[in-house]
Design a protein around this ligand. Structure first.
Ligand code: NAP
Length: 350
């Protein structure tokens, strides 16, 4: 009987890129084909689910959402390997995964530790500068060789779910292996089922909805960036290390000191394109009014109003190179991505 690989977020921007990148790596593809892939999908009849069946013949689709906790726990319990690329911060589903894996470990105490690979985010490193200018000497690129969760405020983005995951990873009783991966702001056209990057999608919609090309505070803060194809190749490397037993309870940053995303410039560049398409009247950047961002909460302030930049020394030592990020910068890619968003948005309104 083959082992089960449970995948949450297989149709998403990062998740579906991972499948394409994994298929190109003969050794990993052969290894993953030894598992039965079980994907959580909201609608097994959707176009994306159908595409998933073409991308990965034999995939079993399980209908559910991140709120179907007993289903998620049961699938994790049945799985030697669980990969979450659905949501870094949905704590109930993350707890359900961890509980399922711990139960699997208890069911089979002499077997291999169940493996959990979790997509977190670089916002964990936020300095919470509230969009203000920070002197260059105080801007830190954190390396994953020295990264420790406890070095960052417990209120920082992703901290709480990552604590839950790694507390389980550190337990002697019913042990699991837990790996957190921290991508920066991911950009570029992906090769998977969802090719469009999350940030231009979310920000363009927000600017259109509010009529403001806004930032959290003045927008001088910078986020590390990484091209989606390099995220795919980073996960390939991490899966191989994990499946070979070379990564245990671990943290990997996927970022490489590329020119970062400065929020103010990002707002200006996105607004320029939306304005040209008559989707935004005023292309001038401004800090969002309090009323707009208050309901998005402190977490959004921390992710989008802080500096968070990392260096992936772990992956680089393993031979990973972010070659696509070097070829096409965020700023070279962004206008094309927003053009694509604008065309899709207008088509959806006709
Ligand atoms: N993109 C980035 O820049 C970035 C950077 C750092 C960290 N991350 C983390 O990585 C996660 C994935 O990012 P992404 O860009 O790949 O996002 P995405 O394109 O929106 O993909 C999310 C995936 O999760 C599934 N999903 C979302 N909510 C669900 C729910 N309630 N129930 C079941 N399935 C659900 C989606 O299914 P459908 O196909 O049905 O929508 C899709 O497969 C993010 O949520 C974030 O936490 C992202």
């Amino acid at each position: 009987m083959s082992s089960q690989f449970f995948f949450l977020g297989a149709t998403g921007y990062i998740g579906s890129q991972f499948l394409e990148s994994a298929k190109r790596d003969a050794a990993l593809y052969a290894k993953l084909k030894e598992f039965t892939l079980v994907a959580l999908v909201r609608d097994p009849e959707s176009a994306k689910s159908k595409q998933l069946q073409e991308v990965w013949p034999g995939v079993a689709l399980v209908k559910g959402t991140l709120d179907d906790l007993s289903l998620i726990e049961e699938q994790a319990r049945n799985s030697a390997l669980t990969f979450n690329a659905a949501n870094a911060d949905h704590e109930p589903s993350i707890k359900a995964i961890v509980t399922g894996l711990q139960k699997r470990s208890a069911d089979n105490p002499s077997g291999p530790k169940p493996l959990y690979i979790h997509t977190s985010g670089l916002g964990i490193l936020s300095d919470n500068s509230r969009g203000e200018k920070v002197p260059a000497e105080r801007l830190v690129h954190h390396s994953d060789t020295t990264f420790k969760l406890e070095d960052f405020p417990a209120t920082n983005p992703h901290h709480s779910p990552d604590r839950i995951i790694h507390a389980a990873g550190a337990q002697k009783e019913n042990p699991i292996r837990a790996i957190s991966v921290y991508p920066g702001a991911v950009y570029g056209l992906g090769e998977g089922i969802t090719p469009d990057a999350l940030l231009p999608r979310v920000f363009s919609s927000l600017y259109i909805h509010t009529g403001v090309a806004g930032t959290w505070g003045p927008g001088h803060n910078a986020l590390g960036v990484i091209h989606i194809k390099d995220v795919g190749s980073a996960f390939v490397k991490i899966f191989k290390l994990a499946l070979e037993g070379k990564a245990q309870d671990d943290y990997f940053i996927t970022d490489d000191k590329a020119e970062p995303l400065v929020l103010k410039r990002f707002a200006e560049e996105v607004a320029k394109v939306l304005h040209a398409h008559d989707l935004l009247k005023d292309p001038e950047h401004k800090p969002f009014p309090e009323a707009t961002i208050n309901h998005l909460g402190e977490l959004a302030w921390s992710v989008l109003g802080g500096n968070s930049q990392g260096i992936s020394d772990r992956l680089k030592a393993e031979g990973w190179e972010p070659t696509e990020t070097a070829k096409l910068s965020l700023w070279g890619s962004l206008p094309l991505e927003v053009e694509h968003f604008a065309a899709t948005y207008k088509a959806s309104k006709t």
